[in-house]
Design a protein around this ligand. Structure first.
Ligand code: ADP
Ligand code: ZN
Length: 205
């Protein structure tokens, strides 16, 4: 069994920005691995420290407009839905100190420059997202975000088949679409041995 993610106190040590620069933290893992929980935990702590926080989530189409980010365990945080990385940048306020972004995998590639710009401007940017799609391929732009991040956290779920550490999001229904909005209940966390990396994967092995 791979060891579970253990939180250290790096977050506390990072509070002092001696040269005024910000930084980028990326949280990646499969579905149900606790990415949103970890993002929300960090954002709530920043607010307790009275820092100015803004949170964003991609708006995938005109109908899909959620005003909060939510974890599978019920934790929530208010957020602004945005269509593009440029819209996110346009909405940033000068005095914002911490920028949280959930579902980073659904942003356009412009998010990489946007995140760099925010960090260069002195902001702490925390971005969570799926690092692999349902076929097990790297889910862009997360690989690019991992490359530019100062800090990376990999979260793991529990395989629903065998209880091992899960690193994959298994789609349990047939669809060729890369993104299935509102498909909760149609994915499950699986380990390397139990994951079937095909779009037409059977639900029973
Ligand atoms: P993510 O953002 O990575 O999809 P969330 O933060 O939304 O993850 O949800 C994590 C929570 O999901 C866990 O704390 C747990 O309560 C719940 N959960 C449901 N299924 C699983 C699973 N197979 N493995 C781990 N956690 C699970
Ligand atoms: Zn398994």
């Amino acid at each position: 069994m791979v060891e579970e993610f253990v939180f250290d106190n790096t977050e506390e040590r990072r509070k002092h920005r001696k040269n005024g620069a910000g930084w980028v933290e990326v949280i990646v893992g499969s579905m149900f691995s606790g990415k949103s929980e970890e993002l929300i935990r960090r954002l709530k702590r920043a607010q307790i420290a009275r820092q100015k926080v803004q949170v964003f989530k991609p708006k995938l189409d005109d109908r899909y407009s959620v005003e909060e980010i939510a974890s599978h365990s019920g934790m929530t945080h208010v957020s602004n839905p945005v269509m593009t990385a440029q819209e996110l940048l346009d909405r940033i306020k000068d005095d914002t100190e911490v920028v949280g972004i959930d579902e980073g995998q659904f942003f356009d590639i412009g998010i990489v420059n946007a995140v760099n710009q925010l960090a260069n401007d002195g902001k702490r940017v925390i971005i969570a997202g799926l690092d692999q799609d349902y076929t097990g391929k790297p889910f862009e732009p997360m690989p690019q975000l991992l490359s530019i991040a100062e800090f990376i956290t990999k979260t793991h779920a529990i395989c629903v088949r065998c209880g091992e550490t899960a690193n994959y999001s298994q789609r349990t229904f047939e669809s060729e679409a890369l993104v299935e909005v509102g498909a909760s209940g149609k994915y499950e966390a699986r380990c390397r041995r139990c994951f079937v990396p095909h779009s037409d994967a059977p639900t029973v092995l």
